[in-house]
Every structure is written in C-alpha cells, then in structure tokens.
Design a binder for this molecule. Sequence first.
Ligand code: 5GP
Length: 120
Amino acid sequence: ATQPYDDDNVFAKILRGDLPCHKEAESEHSFAFHDINPLTALHILVIPKGKYVSWDDFTAKGSDEEILDFVKLVGKVARDRGMHEQGYRMLANIGKRAGQEVPHLHVHLFGGEPLGPMLA
Ligand code: 5GP
C-alpha cells in the first residue's frame, strides 16, 4: 500500500492554481505541464487530476474513464509535440525507493533531442 495522499504536495498546488506552471495541455481528468528542471530539451509531466500517489493507487482506485483519459493525454502531448517521429522516453518513478520525489502520480515525457541509453 502506498502512503496517504498529501494535499500539500507541489502538484496538488499546481492543480489548485496555488503554484504557477508552464501548462502544456489539459483534459477532463488529466493535466500536462513542463518540468521546472528539464533534464532534456523537452521534459513534460502528465498527471491525473485525481488524488493518486502511485500507479497502484491509480489503477486500483481510478475509474476507467480517468485511466483512459490519462493514457490518451500522454499520447496526445507526445503526438502534438512530434515526439512520436523523433523518438522519446516515457517514465514514472513509483515510490521513494525508486526516486519519486513528488507524491502525486506523474509520467515524465523526455524528448526534443536524441536520448542516450536509459541507464547512463
Ligand atoms: P520524480 O522524481 O518525483 O519522478 O519527479 C518529480 C519532478 O517534478 C522532477 O523532475 C522535478 O524537477 C519536478 N518538479 C518538482 N517541483 C516542481 C514544480 O514546482 N513545478 C514543476 N513544473 N516541476 C516540478
């Protein structure tokens, strides 16, 4: 089981509009914005609007509608940015031991430049 959801996490603040962000796209149940500390030329985060800490939370408790909406927004952002043509990386750190710093589920999209091997 994952930790309880913390309403004070930075992505919750971004969703509430309490913290500014560079918005990329939005759908009914999901939100996409640029990482504040981009690791590649293009580094976008996609999050569900619901209060889910982990992939486990999301897939166990999220509705089919939320899950489909999220998967589709990830695809749309990549498509709209031409990432499918260039090649890109999709990644989610799940849990503190895997390097998850913000306890609100997020998928990283890395692209905009040639990417090296995953574990360099
Ligand atoms: P994690 O390590 O949890 O997988 O990734 C968290 C990501 O969120 C990091 O890449 C970090 O740069 C990004 N991040 C942390 N705080 C903020 C913020 O306030 N705004 C934005 N846009 N990104 C943030």
